[in-house]
Design a protein around this ligand. Structure first.
Ligand code: ZN
Length: 280
């Protein structure tokens, strides 16, 4: 199959650490809300769910019990859907960021370097990154490498060279985080050229934050991306003046974008095959 015939994985980041119900009431916070929102997104074509959990006061949580409840609900209601836990840092104690990997989600996000975020330094020392990668390897969890800066690609390559990761990780370029990589189309070409040089076997996707969500998705699809990323974690609006009604609405828009590019939305089974995961 050439790139244009290959189905596209739709990843939905349902919650994140930042949006609150006061920003958009559709942001799912409790495990029950998260399962329901994921199920609605699955019905519209999402085949991968990226999960952060929250405490009841909406602050970021690292509670393995919450991750376990969401994972169990998703596995029950969304057959074959890929479960990806966040090991991201915002608002979480670093020592707890890998504390749910023993639950063996299919995938987990892994940032391979530090970067400035809107109000904090997102700290990922080389030693800490190796520690998380080791835990993922131990528990058979496939990493999704989060690229917030060009050097993070080289951080990922170092993990491969150290035997902590296989040659074909899934890589996500994140564009439009304030103080990190801007959402500019030519930068995606720079990043992709370097990806093909240092990790030629990797699959890839790109995430645009806020108003950049739709345009980054279009740039990625135009370049044959294996996946697209959407969801309320990254963007709570459909237009400047209208809030998204839920993760499912954002997934439906992603499916329309895929259709416009002459491609098809991957089923969960196809998504697993594309990302080199065991059948669900
Ligand atoms: Zn996230």
């Amino acid at each position: 199959m050439n790139a244009t015939q290959t189905p596209v994985v739709v990843a939905v980041a349902i919650t994140g650490s930042v949006p609150r119900k006061s920003d958009n009431p559709a942001v799912p916070v409790t495990p029950d809300e998260q399962i329901e929102s994921t199920h609605a997104a699955f019905e519209k074509g999402a085949s991968l769910v990226h999960i952060h959990v929250r405490n009841d006061d909406e602050s970021p949580s690292s509670d393995p019990e919450r991750f376990a409840r969401v994972q169990e609900g998703v596995r029950r209601h969304c057959p074959g859907m890929i479960v990806q836990f966040s090991t991201g840092g915002r608002g979480r104690d670093p020592s707890q960021r890998g504390s749910s990997l023993y639950l063996k989600p299919d995938m987990a996000s892994l940032s391979t370097g530090s970067v400035n975020f809107p109000t904090i330094v997102y700290e990922n020392s080389a030693a800490f990154v190796s520690e998380l990668a080791t835990a993922m390897r131990t528990h058979g969890v496939k990493p999704e490498i989060e690229i917030f800066d060009l050097s993070h690609l080289h951080g990922a390559r170092r993990l491969v060279d150290a035997g902590l990761m296989d040659e074909a990780p899934h890589v996500q370029f994140v564009m439009g985080v304030k103080n990190a990589l801007p959402a500019e189309e030519h930068l995606l070409d720079v990043l992709l050229a370097e990806l093909r040089r240092v990790l030629p076997k990797a699959s890839w996707t790109a995430a645009g934050i806020g108003v950049n969500q739709a345009r980054v998705m279009d740039w990625a699809l135009a370049r044959g991306a294996d996946a697209v990323r959407t969801g309320l974690e990254d963007n709570i609006r459909v237009t400047k003046d209208r809030l998204a009604s839920g993760n499912d609405e954002l997934v439906a828009l992603a499916a329309e974008a895929i259709d416009r590019h002459g491609r098809r939305v991957a089923t969960a089974a196809q998504a697993r095959e594309l990302l080199g995961l065991a059948p669900g």
